[in-house]
Design a protein around this ligand. Sequence first.
Ligand SMILES: [Fe+2]
Length: 321
Amino acid sequence: MANQTKQHYTPISPLTIRPDFQGNFEIYLRHDNSYVLFNGQGRKLSRDKRQELLNNITKLYIATRDIELYRQYLTEHIRALLEDESIPLDDRTKAWTNTAIAMGRELFEKNLPGPAFANRYKRFESLLQNSSGFMQSPDSLRHLSQFMGKGYDTYHHGISTMVYTVNLLQEYRSGDYETLACGMGALLHDIGKTELPRDITAANPASLSPDDHAILALHPMLGVRACSYFNLPVIASNCILFHHERPDGKGYPTKATPDDLPLEVKAVALCNVYDNFTRTLPYRRAMAPFDALKRIMDTPGLAEPDMLKRLIKLLSRAKIV
Ligand SMILES: [Fe+2]
């Protein structure tokens, strides 16, 4: 009997297919429950055919076995896609968010072997490098904030914290290397949670026992350990380790004070709090940006006034508040 393997398919956004697409992988359309080959491997997709896709189709499919080829294609072309002003900003932002979420989901996969984790880290780093200019414009930030606020998972929160951090650091004219490294630290800041039981990490902190809190408090260290396989920049590692420290010295794991920590680490800590407050979680609704900022302002010791002022300025310029 012939050995037949069932083909699996993965949805992708038509927006991610560039006009210069050269058939890097096969593209399928879905009709009812069957998949029909639309563009074969190696075959160039004409501009007219691509436009027809964008006009009529919201989802394309690729064979799941080609997912690596697709990711590689995206990282190589994301800058061109983001800079293409013929595509509405809303669509470009959506394409970026979909790409970042797909790559974030892969990066945060539980029990990922070290080499696979290192590869996926490199790919996300390249995505950030190619898109940091785009995400640092007020218009993009406004659009991104609308898409990024959705999703319960650790990588949703990581991506969003990364975008706010990269923007906040721009307020300080932080160098490119520091911004990139801290962006990756912000992305990965909660990755240690993937090693803890979900009934602790996804629960309302107010409902946790002291023992559960002690377990949850391990996640910054577990995050650094998870990244120990490859050469994570020290500053990114510090962003992971110290993202729950507070200006009043009542944070964890070391009760560090502001003088102990560099600016970049404090930026991740503040953006982490802001994104947490403005994100709907299984046990509570999101706060509006203005309310979240007010809560941060009214909570003694949660934010340094100057940094909070810069975050407010940034969000105001992007018309988020
Ligand atoms: Fe955390």
